[in-house]
Design a protein around this ligand. Sequence first.
Ligand code: GUN
Ligand code: FE
Length: 423
Amino acid sequence: MASSFILKGTLIYAEDSSTLKVIPDGYLVCENGISKGVYETLPERFSGLKIRDYGDRLIIPGLVDLHVHAPQYAFRGLGMDLELLDWLKQHAFPEEMRYADLSYAKEAYRMFSEDLKKSTTSRACIFATSHREATELLMDLMEESGLCTYVGKSSMDRNCPDELREDTENGLREVSVWLDHVQGKYTHTYPILTPRFVPACSDPMLEGLGKIRHQYQLPVQSHLSENPNEVAMVKKLCPWSKFYGDVYDRFGLFGGEEKAIMAHCVWSGPEEIDRIRERGVFVAHCPESNMNLLSGIAPIRAYLDAGIRVGLGSDVAGGSSISLFRAVMQAVQVSKLYWRLEDSDLKPLTLTEAFWMATKGGGAFFGKVGSFEEGYELDALVLDDREITYLGKRSAAERLEQLIYLSQEPDITAKYVAGRQLF
Ligand code: GUN
Ligand code: FE
């Protein structure tokens, strides 16, 4: 139950991509799960609410993972010397076949949901496998975790092993059955349409998903322009398309009326970038995965300059860790390599920009999420940074920066999602 209370501590949040707000000894007021603002001195009108005093602990918004594959969690960190399409064949697809077995799915998804609950992530957009029953099981576990998530049964009817390949008609029927089972079943777990990527989805499959999207008014998540070999494959499979994203767009799966997240966008050309902006598509930037799977570096500075909505994704298991602190650090690091090696007009990202992407930037996919400003849903992490030794005095912003760089799994004293305390 979301409740009303006040958190006291060193409050830090990114109000926009260049402004880090710090309120030492601040009060964060929550009423019915919604922030009523942050205060240096508590206004009289809130004096009836209980204060949870965390001393000088850092309190930041919960982080948002815009792209993660739950069924890949069990083999994270393996096959990291392969390129995307080989890694899919040798690791991701064989592992995902195992989710036909519900007892395996239950054990593996429990590991994932328990670890995600303990992590800095408060919200996530999650790919499941093409198995409907295992996906429903994952949704039950996510609901139980208290996190807010979108979960998608993935759709695939070509270029994958027989065990995962769906017959197009049957695959579309399974999506409808899945939606009929889960829509309205949960309070903080929502379905999202999940065509895996164009190489694994025929035109009729995408067309059918576009109709379902329209009928059920659902958001969409997929992969876009991740790796040069994948982009070349799409050109061959859909010679009629102007560019990769044009394929999703043709079938009504590329933003517009309903939200969409496209993961990666490493190789998007000018026309694709324009379309992403026009349709309000969210780019999920997955810096570690883009290194591991030899995809490259996404020009995130150019996307921010163009006014495109950007958040961060762990992309486990293309990324080896669900830690979004790690993704924040890596987003900064790869942007520096891009500037040095590729284009010195695209300034490296600042830590504040990367932190904003992990909070308010990606949080926008969920609504008013990722900030402590009044009216935002209250997701908060109370962090204990006493394990980091230092000499002298540090500012709150420096403490946060050191935590991000030094503690990829920080000690979390308390975690709140939409006003509910998870621990
Ligand atoms: N493209 C299609 N499927 C996948 C996947 O599982 N991981 C990544 N990184 N890219 C993909
Ligand atoms: Fe992915």
